[in-house]
Design a protein around this ligand. Sequence first.
Ligand code: DGY
Length: 320
Amino acid sequence: MAEHSVLFTRKLPDAVERRAARDYRLIANPDDHPLTTDELVARSQDVDAVVCTVADKMNAGVVSRLSARVRIVASFGVGTEHLDLAAARARGLVMSNTPEVLTDATAEIALLLLLGAARRAYEGQELLRSGGWTGWGPTQLMGRQLSGKRLGVVGMGRIGQAMARRARGFGVEIHYTDQRRLPPEKEEGAIFHPSVDALLPLSELLSLHAPSTPETRHLLDARRLALLPRGAIVVNTARGDLVDDEALIAALRSGQVGAAGLDVFQGEPALHPGYRSLPNTFLLPHMGSATIETREAMGFRALDNVDGLFAGREPPDAVV
Ligand code: DGY
């Protein structure tokens, strides 16, 4: 009989559930419905660990109602804005995330969004699927080419660097901003700018890779969008609240922003309806880390943290 019990708030990949069921008494969520706070609190009564996701709001109210038996909340994801770290600290609860393992998958989606937005992939799909395509045309669906352009990366952490590396392979020149300049081996030739304002005027392509914090909220607002070269392509795989939606939609309508590739939305799963009606948006439903390889690795990494705690070690990815 397993010594500890673990609650999964959502359905996780089979291999992850198999490992958890092998090592713990697992309370799973086979129909994958998002738990209400009351359900989460009720299910926590009998468990020592909760594996939650970035879609579960582990705010102070929820944390205070979790069973006193719960010793760790291991989040399946790298972002931590849904975790109230202060509330966890106050009750001696460990919280962890899953860094590193989703870097490549997220960078791939950023590149997909960049290509999809620049090359008008949504409009091309629509033309074919609607049956409206009448044949090849020399001026049909002309987009923007990546090669020879400058990409501005806001937030040159692991995912920003991985995106930059991929874009470089497309003949793109990389510029970036972050709180501080990276050492040359991490820069890989990318050009540092000391502020977002300094980066934007040369960013024909722009990709956001900053965390969601009070400081980064609406980082891309009307004033900053006006600093971009006219027709710039904007990509966001980080968090929706980095962008002022009204301002981006106005810029997409006016042509100040040529196209946007977005995987994340403020208030998701709702998204500003303006995005849906614009032809120059290429939209995905927060699937940056959604590969089998990565989602399994994220689950294993969350379990590594649970294992660590119950083995008396420091969980490797503890954020509090
Ligand atoms: C994260 O990990 O923070 C992503 O947004 C979901 O994979």
